[in-house]
Design a protein around this ligand. Sequence first.
Ligand SMILES: *Cc1c(COP(=O)(O)O)cnc(C)c1O
Length: 434
Amino acid sequence: MDSQPASHTRQRSADLFARAQQLIPGGVNSPVRAFRSVGGAPFFTQRAEGAHLHTSDGDDLIDFVCTWGPAIHGHNDPDVRAAIAQALENGTSFGTPNPYEVEMAELIIELVPSVEKVRMCNSGTEATMSAIRLARGYTGRDKIIKFAGCYHGHVDSLLVKAGSGALTLGNPDSAGIPASFAAETIVLDYNDADTLRATFAQQGADIAAIIVEPYPANCGLILPDAGYLELLRELCTAHKSVLIFDEVMTGFRVALGGVQERVGITPDLTAMGKIIGGGLPVGAFGGKAEIMNQLAPLGPVYQAGTLSGNPLAMAAGIAALKKLKETNPYPLFETMGRTMRAALLDVAKAKGFPLQVPQVGSMFALFFSEQPVRNNEDATSSQTQHFNTLFKYALDHGVYLPPSAYETCFICTAHNGRDIEQAAEILAAGIRSI
Ligand SMILES: *Cc1c(COP(=O)(O)O)cnc(C)c1O
C-alpha cells in the first residue's frame, strides 16, 4: 500500500516557493495554502486528475482537499472539461446577458428549495457580502448575528471569529477592519440556544440578519443540536430578520439542495459558490423573490460584476450540477464517508486515543479531543499538534489532508473504493505513529 517514497526533499516545490515568496505576500494567493499551521513548505501541483494530485516533485497524492470543495467530481472531470471547451469556442466574456446564465438560474432554482430568484457573482465572499447588504437594505436594520468559527469569506463585517484561515494564523480579527464595522456584528456561540434567544429578546428590532453555515465546516466540522436550526428560523420569522444560510461549502455537497434540503428548513437567502463553478471562479446568492427584487436594477440595493455570469464559469458549473443530478452520488458518498470514519475511529480506539470524527456524506473532519465538538471553543481546544503530525505522515505516504486542523476533508466521486481503503490504511498507520 505504501507506494510513496518516504519523506523526500520536494526540491522543485521548494525552488518555486522561494521565488514566489519574493513576489507574492507569503508566496501564496490565499493564506491557508502556505502550510503555516501544519509547518513546512507547501508543494506545488503540476496537474490533477480524478482524486489525485500530481505534484511538481513527481508525487502522486490521494487528495482529500478537492480544491477546498469545488471538485466534487474530482479534478479535470471529462464532462466539465468538455463543457468549458465547447463554451470557449464562442468567446470568454460578452458583457451582455448570455444563454448560460438563464440555464444556470433555472438549475439552481430547481435544485435549491428556498431559491425563487438568484444572482450570480464571482466568489463565495461576494455572495455573502451581497446577501448581507441585501438583508440590511431590505430590513432597514444594521446589526447582524454570526457564529464564532463560521467563515463567510473575507468580508469586513464577517471577518470576526471567522474559523480556519483566521484561526490557524492566530489572528481571528483582521487588521484593517474599522471597529465600527465589527461593532455591527454580534458574534455568538453556535449551538447555544439560550444566548441566541436572549439576544433577540434584547435587540431583535435591530437585527437585520443571522448568517450561518448551517453545518459549520470551517472550524473542522460541527453538526447542529436537534432543533437548533429550527430555532434560528423561528426567531428570524418572529423578529422579521432575514435568515441567511451560507451554503457555499455545503450546497450541492451534502445533498443536491444542501443542508436546507436535508433538514427541511427554508432560509430567506442562501449564499452559494464552490461546486456551482465546476472549478472556475463563481458565487451566487438567491432566495425569496420579494427580497431579491430589492436588488438593482429593480430595487435600491446595488450589486454588480463585470464578469458575473461568465460563460465559461456558467458552462462548467452547469455541467457539474447536471452530472450530480444525473448520477446522484449522495448514497455512495455516505457509504464512503462512513467507511473512512469507522476506520479512523477503530484505530484510535485500539490505541486508546481520543478522536472525534464528525461526518456527513462526503465531508469529515478529525478532532483529537475526548468530547464531541459542538462549537468553536471545543474545536480550538482539540490537540492540533496530533493533527499536524498526522498531516505530515499522510503527505509523506501519498495522502493529502487539508493543511490545517480546522478544515473539512472532502471525498469526491472520483475516489474509488481502493483510494478510500488505501487512504484509510495510511491514516490509520499515521494515527498509530503519533
Ligand atoms: C469558501 C467559503 C466562502 C468563501 O468563498 P470564496 O469563493 O473563497 O470567496 C464563504 N463561505 C463558506 C461557508 C465557505 O466555505
